[in-house]
Design a binder for this molecule. Sequence first.
Ligand code: SME
Length: 157
Amino acid sequence: MGKKCLSVPADLMARIYALCEDEDDLIAIMATVSAELFQAVEGFDWVGFYRVVAPNLLKVGPYQGGHGCLVIPFDQGVCGAAARYKTIQLVDDVDGFEGHIACSSSTKSELVIPCFNQSGHLLGVLDIDSDQPHFFTWQDADQLDQMLRQLFQNVSS
Ligand code: SME
């Protein structure tokens, strides 16, 4: 299957910005983003956040979809890689990612984006799973990254 030419719809981004306007609570923003992205985009089969709760440790935050694992050390999984390297992880085929953590056997591709406040403090990561291979584009990743930086800028470290 060829890569889907998916870009996150502009109206969805606008709705999320409006819902989160002037919000600085981490969990409120995470819950809103998870719900809106999951509901709006076919092919986003799991959407959620993992929070940095201690040095080199992530714990599950708000999410939509089937059961997500609760704890991810920075040295494990796609989420751990995003947190460890503080870089976007766009995985076209999860079976090709060494150490991928399969919360669902149906997941085929994954996008994980680190989340920062305006001080550059790592707050957590946004994790999106798809049951379709090669589902995500770098356009999706860049648009979501920009949105997350805007939304989380005033969240305290
Ligand atoms: N696949 C992720 C783990 C989180 S579950 O997909 C919700 C990873 O490898 O870090």
